[in-house]
Ligand binder design. Sequence first.
Ligand code: HEM
Length: 354
Amino acid sequence: MSGGTESKNWTYGEYLQLSKLLTLQGEERDISNDEMHFIVVHQTFELWFKQIIRELREVRDILNQESVPEYEIPKSVDHLTRTTEIFRLMANQWSVLETLTPQGFLAFRDGLGTASGFESYQMREFEILLGLKNEDRLGGMDPLKGFKKAAENDSESSQIYNQLKLEMEQNSLFESLMDWIGRTPIMGSKFGSDGDEEEVARYVGEHLEAHRQHGESMYGNSISEQKISERLEFANDNAREFLKPGGEINRSRVGLLFIESYRELPLLTWPRKLIDGFVELEESIVKWRHSHARMVERIMGKRIGTGGTSGVDYLDATSRYRIFKDLWGVRTILIKPQNRPILRNAEFYGYSSE
Ligand code: HEM
């Protein structure tokens, strides 16, 4: 039996495989109502994780193409929007778990042994797919380590490990996005065209100068105060380093700056919607992580986790992870529209002032 094209006179129960699904909650172990709810919540999260991976993979594969057909960008935005809604829904789902009292949890916690959400391989898969780097995890943790060890023992674990490794070897969603943004026409100059490097460098120079002036005009007379002038200098260095890390222009970041700076241009509508979709997604993930930590703090205080981490402190640290760093970073160096460099080749972007 294959795929969604098969039409059959299903019953509801057959179509959803309910008789299988509803035997997977561990009732044969004579569990309490509290524990059954704990299992059901975890299982619903894992089902959502499964859907999230499908949605994100599709966006990654669209953006990974050497030339992305324009009509596929709205499709990518739709997949991101759905993923964000799933995270928002999951963030609210923690409140169902909060009906579990600390004592109610302790009553069955020992039975979990060392089982922990920490071992959720689907969670690791979507983190890797999104582009979370090992060096950005707490303590530079390698998420594959535990799975590699388990893979020595059985074939199911080995399959999981291979899948994660495969994901690690591919372009992440974030890398695919930045590669695509890197090909954005800047001031009407197409990526790889004659004179493109000069045009991009000119725009960077203009923006950095406007950024410097913008900072100075904001602080008026207090610019003479040492602290303020040091901060402004730091902000200017930061802007330069963002656009020209190590002195070399990063065209992806410059493309991102260009899209964010000239958001009203018709040709940039979908690119900016796509970028907004990424930002919203990461924000929803951060809030989901944060509310997990608050739920855990309420139910088990600062106890160590069944997975052996410090518990709440570990979870709070993970809510400071940022994957789409450049999308956040560019916000720091934007300037008000009145001060941005004058747009060249406006007609290229479908913009006319008449
Ligand atoms: C009473 C309910 C829960 C408690 C007390 C709890 C506690 C914890 C703790 C302490 C950790 C840190 C790792 C460790 O040392 O174990 C953790 C991690 C995790 N938990 Fe929960 N959790 C609960 C419910 C859930 C649910 C319903 C899910 C849904 C799948 C979940 C998913 C995760 C994930 C994915 C991690 C890994 C986070 C990361 O490494 O970034 N947890 N949990």
